[in-house]
Design a protein around this ligand. Structure first.
Ligand code: SAM
Length: 289
């Protein structure tokens, strides 16, 4: 694949794994579990049309194809043409591309998709990035047939968020609290109004209801664990968000002494799994038109 040019394509295909096999495997295992749960709740049947909104590199759409087979279709849609093309390539290589459509469009409009033309919609971690996500729910409602379903997964990052880089969430910063504060301020300056931390599960419920969905169920899951040992280099090199600098780049703006002090204090805690508590939350949303 040529080097991706848009920040989402770059982040999804390379940056999020920090070039590390172990990190990639852990991510993919988790993603497969989420995919299976989202698709189970979508209750797909042979002959149906499934729309993957914000398809990325095709996690949901590729999984759905066998479930609507042999007569159904999958539409891969994303605002990134590069990612839509990644999906086309994957579907062509694995077979079944003739039963797929590939469209570039915004989740808040879905203007390439006809009214009442889709049986089920799946998304994973897309609405969280939209400041005006209510528009997306309205678009979902418009393109679904009567009785059509949505099945969504969204992280609820507002729960437990302490500022970027969120990858070291849960760390007790102790004697380097001043440096941590400078890092958080650095990210806040670049990204002052972050849509990923301004909503919770009830907001997703409200948006589905306001769009007109008849039956709605939101399952919120709050998880607390002791932070496991984590790979420091991956934390340094992974941008917390497409377009945001990785921690290494922010630390690069510090003096060598401060950089060394931060790493000396935090790295052992992170690598030994002694960095405190991790709080995480997610919502699984299903609704019927
Ligand atoms: C975290 S990725 C998730 C990708 C995929 N759903 C998955 O489960 O792997 C977020 C995706 O949402 C897409 N996206 C972001 N804003 C969007 C928008 N306004 N309309 C459509 N897609 C969008 C990005 O291009 C990216 O592919």
């Amino acid at each position: 694949m040529p080097d991706p040019k848009d920040s989402w394509a770059r982040w999804l295909t390379t940056e999020r794994f920090a070039g590390n096999e172990t990190v990639a495997r852990a991510w993919l295992e988790q993603l497969e579990q989420i995919r299976d749960r989202v698709l189970r709740s979508a209750r797909l049947k042979n002959g149906e049309v499934f729309l993957d909104v914000g398809c990325g590199d095709g996690l949901l759409g590729c999984g759905a194809l066998s479930q609507v087979s042999p007569d159904g279709r999958v539409i891969f849609s994303d605002q990134s043409t590069e990612l839509v093309e990644v999906c086309r390539r994957v579907a062509t290589e694995s077979g079944g591309a003739e039963r797929c459509e590939f469209v570039t469009c915004d989740a808040r409009m879905l203007d390439a998709i006809a009214d009442s033309s889709v049986d089920a919609i799946g998304t994973r971690s897309v609405l969280m990035y939209l400041p005006d996500r209510a528009l997306a729910f309205r678009a979902f409602y418009r393109v679904l047939k009567k009785g059509g379903r949505i099945s969504l997964f969204e992280p609820i990052n507002a729960f437990g968020f302490t500022g970027y880089p969120d990858l070291d969430r849960g760390t007790d910063f102790g004697s380097v609290r001043d440096l941590r504060e400078r890092i958080v301020q650095h990210y806040n300056r670049i990204y002052p109004s972050d849509p990923t931390v301004n909503f919770d599960a009830a907001d997703l419920f409200d948006a589905a209801e306001a769009a007109g969905f008849a039956t709605i169920q939101v399952r919120a899951e709050l998880t607390g664990i002791s932070a496991p040992p984590r790979n420091w280099d991956a934390i340094l090199r992974t941008p917390p968000y497409p377009g945001l600098p990785p921690l290494a780049e922010v630390l690069g703006t510090f003096s060598p002494e401060d950089r060394e002090r931060y790493e000396r204090n935090i790295r052992p805690l992170v690598e030994k799994g002694r960095s405190g508590r991790l709080r995480m939350a997610a919502a699984y949303v299903t609704a019927t038109k």
